[in-house]
Design a protein around this ligand. Sequence first.
Ligand code: HEC
Ligand SMILES: [Cu+2]
Length: 398
Amino acid sequence: MMSLLGDYTSSKLSVFPKSASSFSGESDWVFHFITIVCVVFFIPIAIALFGFAWKYRKAKGEPADSQVDHNTTLELVWSIGPSFLLVVMFYFGARGYLDMRSIPEGAYNVGVDAYKWGWGMNYGNGVIHPELHVVAGEPTKLTMTSKDVIHSLYIPSFRVKKDIVPGRYNYIWFKAMEPSEKVMTDEECKQLADKDKEENLSWDYDARQCTPDGYNFYDLYCAEYCGTNHSEMQTVVVAHETQEELDAWIKKYSSRGPDESPAAYGAKLYERRGCKSCHSIDGSRLVGPSYKGSYGTMRDIVGGSQVKVDENYIRESILNPKAKVAIEQGVAYQPVMPSYKGQLSDDDIYSLIEFIKSLGDASAAEEASESPAEEAAEMASEEAAEAASADAEPVSVE
Ligand code: HEC
Ligand SMILES: [Cu+2]
């Protein structure tokens, strides 16, 4: 479960989260102005309504008499007077809207990929991470697409919200005004992350109120109901002080470290790239099958045949999930997994496969019990099968 609320002000009186973008001052001002005007008109009108109803009431049974009369001056005053207020509201509303619609030249561009149920922020060069990182004081433009249904990106403290519609690009821009603070040292973060790993937990943004890199954050939500786990479609925004700091952060996530094992990096991708929201590693059935102990087993697929969960099947499942749709205990899964074609490098896929293997490998146990002769025979037939499948269907990643 996730709930963020990293950006609410400590003041108990404040209705809104922190005002943290170049839009939020004016947006709040217009909102308060309209609210106050409405209240100022509503109260005297309501009082007059009840007052006159009381004053001119008739006793029961008495016939109503017609009172067709009017006061031209009075009617002109209460019609023309408030229309000036409407023009003022329109002016400020339209000005704010146009400002939000015109993206400044040279804005820092981040791609946003929304899917059921998570976010992939694309920083270019294959770096995709669920957190949105930007530079404070500089305009940022988000180019947003959806893999499946309509989502909506909403950053309350920046006062920006925009629907993300499948099949087209939608844009949004903002300028974060206040950099996020580094509230935890790298050392502390590492200790917590190691502890999480031991206990098989993921980073708790809510309890710690900071990111795994130690920054406090602004909340980012999906604001368009998009299915079962819509309420968990949340992530965080971090505003860095300088472009250099942001670049350093991006670099940190750019690829597998030189000493990092593929399985360990695969575990990170599993969290970062959203596999986690649909696949468990403890055997429980979520939206998709659990990875636990699945490697090397036989999987029933829609259409009536079976397939061995091996490197090729996993790779195909990641690049073209609808090619073979899994069935478990007689119940087929909904084919809702998005394709990761062009989004994961070969090394990423390799790392994910090694990660899945590390969660239990049925074929390793099986092989160990086989006699050398059997093993040789199997290897020969496997090679033949591999050669055949390579001819039939080359899998490409761009
Ligand atoms: C929106 C939910 C969703 C997300 C996100 C998702 N998957 Fe899936 N995945 C499924 C479903 C549902 C199936 C079963 C249906 C099918 O085979 O298409 C599946 C099947 C698979 C399979 C075949 C598993 C088996 O045992 O038969 C693999 C492997 C897989 N996914 C890997 C991944 C990886 C790796 C990621 C992240 C990079 C990922 N999935 C992200 C929903 C998801
Ligand atoms: Cu959504």
